[in-house]
Write a protein that binds this ligand. Structure first.
Ligand SMILES: [Zn+2]
Ligand SMILES: [Zn+2]
Length: 310
């Protein structure tokens, strides 16, 4: 007969093994995803959170605790059937975002099957630098780019070296012209009004076999866009859109007309009586936006790591 102590140990072991068996059975019964899906790799504005130089108490807490930080907005598109992966934008957080993607969806034959660029502001293309000689020395990674964006990359250092050394291979795309990533996924670039100093700016509609999503991190104001926001929302199942600022009070001392974005409050008011609001998930939050740190009823912020079937 077992001593009372050994008997307790024995019971404990049986319970642990039983729960392990339940977990293993659950894993075995969940089929691996075979349909394409999107995976959020970051939700912050170009500077990330916290931004360089921020010494507010919440930023100091985030410098000390990486779990409180947010990476710059980026979306992966994954097709498990062909083991292909693409990312929208190459952000300053590209190294850790590629690691997350490798973890979630191991690479097939290529490091990446393509990078789709929205525009030439720092949060959206600086990560391309890691494809060059100093780091990955990548081979012909496809970079899908609009006309001015490709000119910018081809004629400005250090990006022109990526082109010359064939680290990247620029694939031309055009406004409103759908292109296929493979036989299951198509993407349509949509030009939007933005501070276009170095390139034009686009959002993307990504369409899979069953569903479609909109990725639109930067736009000046909905009213400046010749396409009504509502008509784009009506075409998609989920819309990840510009949530840079919550309202006009959050950047004291800065002229918001110099960095125009639709305020979240404006977007929410515009869609207040529309069922389309249910599709909206905000991305590209600036560090001044209080919704990076707190939740508010009726406002949905996208989460780093969230998946959506296509
Ligand atoms: Zn941006
Ligand atoms: Zn921008």
């Amino acid at each position: 007969m077992l001593s009372p102590t050994l008997h307790n140990l024995d019971n404990h072991l049986v319970r642990r093994l039983a729960s392990l068996f339940v977990i293993l059975a659950a894993c075995a019964s969940a089929p691996p995803p075979t349909s394409p899906y999107t995976l959020i790799l970051g939700i912050a504005q170009d500077g990330g959170y916290p931004q360089a130089g921020c010494n507010r108490p919440d930023c100091i807490a985030a410098w000390r605790n990486p779990k409180l930080r947010q990476r710059v907005a980026s979306l992966a598109i994954v097709d498990p059937q062909s083991a292909q992966r693409w990312v929208i934008d190459a952000t300053p957080d590209f190294p850790s975002q590629l690691a997350t993607l490798d973890d979630a969806a191991p690479r097939g034959t290529a490091l990446l099957d393509g990078i789709l660029l929205t525009h030439a502001h720092i949060g959206h293309y600086l990560g391309l630098a890691h494809l060059g000689r100093e780091v990955l020395g990548a081979h012909s990674i496809k970079v899908y780019a609009m006309p001015r964006m490709r000119e910018f990359l081809q004629h400005n250092g250090p990006w022109d070296q990526l082109v010359r050394l064939k680290n990247i291979e620029i694939v031309p795309i055009e406004d409103a012209v759908p292109f296929a990533l493979n036989e299951r996924i198509t993407v349509t670039p949509l030009r939007v009004p933005h501070r276009d100093e170095y390139s034009e700016t686009v959002g993307f509609i990504v369409r899979g076999p069953s569903r479609s999503i909109l990725w639109l991190p930067d736009i000046d104001k909905w009213e400046k866009w010749t396409t009504p926001l509502e008509s784009v929302l009506a075409q998609v199942d989920v819309a990840y859109i510009d949530g840079t600022f919550y309202d006009a009070t959050e950047l004291p001392g800065r002229d918001l007309s110099e960095i125009p974005h639709p305020l979240m409050t404006e977007t929410l008011t515009r869609l207040a009586n529309s069922p389309l609001l249910a599709k909206v998930r905000f991305i590209h939050l600036n560090q001044s936006n209080p919704l990076l740190r707190e939740r508010r009823a009726g406002v949905v912020i996208a989460k780093d790591g969230e998946r959506r079937g296509l």
